[in-house]
Design a protein around this ligand. Structure first.
Ligand SMILES: Cc1cc2nc3c(=O)[nH]c(=O)nc-3n(C[C@H](O)[C@H](O)[C@H](O)COP(=O)(O)O)c2cc1C
Length: 340
């Protein structure tokens, strides 16, 4: 029994896990094998649906269910073309937790998910949105700061804590973005969080099936190398993704300049230019993760990449986090006693 068990009980009970630590879904990285291993180690893992072929996703879900009896989540991208079929699959296969990502779920989608017996989570970036989702029946929220890897909002976690976590106490809230040390965890719990969600930290485990070159790039990178995709001017819209700087990112900036110039010379329509911008990164994360194309692929990573510099077994990575959290909590308790 750990002293911190009492502090993080709410999150543990909600997730049904030993630790209220969510390993966030990572497209192409959060495969069935990885998810099952994490679940068996006592953390909470999410299978990333991305835009997978539904038949393949079905096999992945069944694989997890055959490898663990512990709970896990399915992360659905609500703007993916296959989203509706993914949601149906989650309902049919009775996935225990459904996490809506990408954009926000609509009322009937939340209802459908809940009627299957699943607990439902969603990302919320403002208090208004959090309250709307709670009114629609969402069971828990994820508050993710712009320090995180992957698709990001514009506001850092330190501000979101004040804007949302301090205002909303109705459902468990898991905080994410920039976390790579267990020492931080007791502080978030004291502020009212139910637990944390982390991504980048867990890429650096032996069980993560990402290409060795992907992990090597993480080892070399400093925090400031994980940048949000640049948008040149305001004529073309760019969806922000935090990833490591590489040749692909430079080429993307050049493409935007070229397209803006073509637009001004009326050589291309706005729709065509916007399409080329959106099409640029299609398949780029898969190329980086599976083929090790670190030059032109998308090396999605959070700023916490500057805090991780070794690949180790999942068990050790998790044990390290828990040990740090427990030691910090013990230290804090002693410290507080001196002031009481
Ligand atoms: C390579 C990569 C892929 C990701 N893919 C997804 C995804 O498919 N769905 C999602 O909701 N979040 C995705 N994320 C975000 C993570 O689930 C998690 O919230 C984030 O990594 C937390 O920030 P951190 O990296 O600083 O720990 C991704 C993150 C990374 C690094």
């Amino acid at each position: 029994m750990l002293a911190i068990d009492t502090l993080w009980e709410k999150g543990k009970n909600f997730l049904g896990t030993r630790y209220p630590i969510i390993v966030g879904a990572m497209t192409w990285i959060s495969t069935a094998n990885f998810v099952a291993r994490i679940a068996n180690e006592g953390a909470f893992a999410c299978l990333a649906a991305g835009n997978l072929d539904p038949a393949f996703l079905r096999k992945e879900i069944l694989k997890i269910q055959s490898q663990t009896t512990n709970p896990f989540g399915l992360n659905l991208i609500t703007i993916a073309p296959n989203y509706r079929r993914h949601l149906q699959l989650a309902v049919e296969l009775q996935v225990p937790y459904i996490i809506f990502a990408g954009s926000y779920p609509r009322g009937p989608e939340i209802k459908l998910a809940k009627e299957s017996g699943a607990r439902v989570l969603s990302f919320a970036s403002t208090e208004t949105l959090a309250r709307r989702l709670i009114d629609m029946g969402i069971d828990a929220l994820i508050l993710e700061g712009s320090e995180a890897g992957g698709h990001v909002g514009h506001v850092s976690l330190i501000v979101l804590l004040q804007q949302v976590l301090f205002q909303v106490q109705d459902v468990p809230i898991f905080v994410a973005g920039g976390i790579a040390s267990g020492r931080l965890i007791p502080y978030f719990l004291l502020m009212g969080a139910a637990g944390v969600q982390m991504g980048t930290y867990f890429v650096m485990t032996e069980e993560c099936e990402a290409h060795p070159r992907f992990k090597e790039a993480f080892i070399r990178a400093r925090a400031r190398d994980a940048v949000a995709t640049p948008q040149i001017g305001s004529e073309l819209r760019v969806v922000a993704v935090r990833a490591l700087r590489n040749k692909g990112l430079d080429k993307f900036a050049e493409l935007q300049i070229e397209l803006i110039q073509k637009r001004r010379r009326r050589e291309i329509s706005h729709e065509e230019a916007q399409y080329q911008v959106e099409n640029f990164w299609v398949g780029a994360l898969r190329r980086a993760v599976q083929e090790g194309d670190v030059d032109y692929g998308s090396l999605m990573a959070g700023q916490s990449v500057g805090l991780v510099n070794q690949v180790r077994p999942l068990k050790a990575a998790l044990a390290h986090l828990v040990k740090e959290a427990e030691e910090e909590w013990q230290r804090l308790r002693k410290l507080c006693k001196n002031y009481l």
